[in-house]
Design a protein around this ligand. Sequence first.
Ligand code: NAD
Length: 496
Amino acid sequence: QRLPLQQQVAGFYKQRWQACPIVNGSAMETGTALPVRAPQDRAIQVGSLFEADSETVAQAIQGAQQAFPRWNGTPVKERSAALERAADLLETHRAELIALCQLEAGKTLQDAIDEVREAVDFCRYYAVQARQLFGTPVTLDGPTGETNELYLQGRGVFVCISPWNFPLAIFTGQVMAALVAGNCVLAKPAEQTSLIAARAVTLFHQAGIPGEVLQLVPGEGRRIGPLLTAHAGITGVAFTGSTETAWQINRSLAARNAPIATLVAETGGQNAMIVDSTALPEQVIQDVVASAFTSAGQRCSALRVLFVQEDVADRILDLLRGAMAELTVGDPCHLESDVGPVIDEAARRTLQQHISEMRQQARLIAETPLPPDGEAGCFVAPVAFEIKRMDQLDREHFGPVLHVIRFKAAGLDEVISQINQAGYGLTLGIHSRNETTSRYIESRVRVGNVYINRNQIGAVVGVQPFGGLGLSGTGPKAGGPHYLLRFATERTRTIN
Ligand code: NAD
């Protein structure tokens, strides 16, 4: 008889994992093993990481280049079938992957369950999309006696560089999009979450994706990243991470004396929510807390700046204090924890620095208590400050810190201009029961995803395609019907 999911997951809490380069189908234990520690308790060693080096990277690129013509020539229905088998294997190993997301990335049980679900959804969705887009060539009308067709092909070797905050879902989404379009892939996961990526790659190989077609080159981004992006043999990069790293990758690609590479970048956000006086306060608070503090605020979509109309601000802030007092910060493996740790000590220090600056410059609204035994882990308690203007924040603060700004009804245009001037364009929340107001805001804020009268996190593959513009990325949207096109090149065939 099968145990309930939670018990199955707990059965993996004592397991230990390993990540190493997987090049041309072989696991390579290069250099020395680095310990991988759980963010909630640095005493727990979840596994070890062997980083790639310049030699393994070169071998991987060469293997991928050689494998490209055959993989690109494989009928799309076979490539799609491999993605569907990968989805089945992810589901079969769901409990282990959930446990690993909890231990390596500090995810709560619900976040980890959602993470695996999303990875599965990406595989199945892109499999279907690929069959539609890559299946039959489009026939174009032309002169009599001539046949003209247009069809899609892979581009070559894609580098997929992913972040730690969705260590399985984003990793899988990028890799599968590139693969199903006919590309070979070098996957470079975030150094903080290489164990999850290595486990996934092993399953993807089991699903029938050849070792030369999908290679894993884990290691520190600053070192391994440039080895990949400066290489003349790569034809594209799919990157999700910070805006600053996207700039570095762009520069590295531009400096190559090589064919122009495609860059698909999904980057940071300075996401706002606007609440007017017609909004329902209880609903607002539920959505604010979910948007700002779920996953310890470590979602690119997370709410950072809450604009509240003056007339309702006191009431909203009172409710916010109450809701934040009810949150429990703690070990993500404990069911009662709402908010787990941030990813590592460096992230905790950066956030603490920002919080202490805010204590000097801004008014504290509320702060959730830290767990009494939290010293062993990288915990940052949810905190909310009232500030005057959005430009007091010079960049994205990737954690559970909410900034609140009051505005007068006549100042809505100024609010919109502050949001646009920040230059990001990822998510925007609007809470208003006045449709004219909400349409007015929506038409003027430059942003990729707008959420009205709900929280602004948790995009659903195939239903809410996700991605930004400006400093938040290039598009097209992940989990949407156009995403695969960026991984493909168009070819025409004219037959006399
Ligand atoms: P990061 O930019 O520090 O790292 C992302 C990846 O880039 C990692 O794999 C890292 O090793 C690698 N990297 C670092 N330096 C590199 C270099 N010079 N060349 C090549 N690769 C390099 O980001 P992070 O801290 O892992 O993730 C958090 C950030 O990601 C936040 O800014 C968040 O908003 C953003 N994010 C965006 C989305 C989105 O869909 N827009 C989704 C998730 C996360």
